[in-house]
Design a protein. Structure first.
Length: 258
């Protein structure tokens, strides 16, 4: 038998393994920061990639899903928000909210800057990935994400058509600097809500022997954990949710071989 054959086979298997590994863990590098709504039905994760913000949105619903950015909140949180909306079929995702009126940027003769990268509709859940520039290419109807913003969010449980979301809406209490990497973040892979007010977290194992801590905070800028956990070697944990209604979450690698 030719001695090169096993080598070729080994190289192919190794390449396939590495490809699979990268696919599995792409999320955690791309979307290291997370916002979770009070009821856990909506999760936004994001990361900065050069001059682009990459975001992943997940909602417990099968209708449209959206996220928005605004520099100020006076009264109604959706007013004056630069919003991205997805429903699996629309191609123009960039919207501007004027009061409760929401129109695509083209209505104001602007460009659509939010680009859908992936859309997945499951039986009871919708997942979308998109990216958009940090900068505001249409001033007045685009928010510059290099300035601190509030995150506003909404989704519809069943309707693809952009109609009132009902109670499935909200905003972050804290301003977020989307352009910054933020505190050391997350090796988080999955984030699933469980009975008894707990959440199952799974993350990637870093360097061999890396220990992790899990914290919840109510402030992304001034990171002050609400809860801290003993550092651990495992790559998953079921942890109680904090009593606070809205929070940010991080799983932080502490040190290898602690
Ligand atoms: C045709 C589409 C929409 C209509 C008719 C609409 C209508 C409304 C109305 C009437 C309210 C006030 C009542 C309430 O609080 O529910 C509201 C609030 C709100 N909407 Fe919308 N909306 C639309 C789309 C969106 C989208 C796409 C987003 C974000 C992605 C959004 C985010 C919000 C937020 C954050 C609030 C206020 C909640 C808070 O203060 O935290 N809305 N909307």
């Amino acid at each position: 038998m030719s001695p090169t054959l096993p080598l070729l086979l080994r190289t192919t298997l190794l390449t396939m393994f590495l490809l699979g590994w990268n696919l599995l863990h792409a999320d955690l590098y791309r979307y290291p920061q997370t916002f979770v709504s009070d009821d856990g039905k909506y999760i936004a994760s994001w990361g900065v990639d050069g001059d682009v913000l990459r975001m992943k949105l997940e909602a417990q619903g099968t209708g449209w899903i959206g996220v928005g950015f605004t520099n100020f909140i006076v009264g109604n949180a959706m007013d004056a928000s630069d919003i991205a909306v997805f429903n699996g079929t629309i191609t123009e995702h960039d919207y501007w909210a004027n009061g409760f009126q929401i129109d695509p940027d083209s209505f104001y003769a602007g460009d659509s800057n939010s680009v859908q990268d992936a859309f997945r509709a499951e039986a009871t859940k919708t997942v979308v990935e998109f990216h958009r520039p940090l900068t505001a290419s249409d001033p007045g109807i685009d928010v510059d994400l290099r300035s601190p913003c509030y995150l506003v969010w909404a989704f519809h449980e069943t309707e693809d058509e952009l109609t009132w979301h009902g109670m499935n809406r909200g905003h972050s209490h804290m301003m977020i600097d989307f352009s910054a990497a933020g505190p050391v973040f997350l090796d988080l892979v999955t984030h699933q809500f469980q009975p008894n007010n707990t959440v199952l977290l799974e993350w990637q194992s870093g360097a061999p022997g890396t220990h992790y801590t899990i914290d919840f905070s109510d402030d992304l800028e001034d990171w002050n954990p609400l809860t801290g956990f003993e550092s651990m070697l495992a790559t998953s944990a079921v942890v109680p949710l904090p009593e606070e209604n809205r929070y940010f979450l991080r799983v932080r690698p502490v040190a290898p071989d602690l």
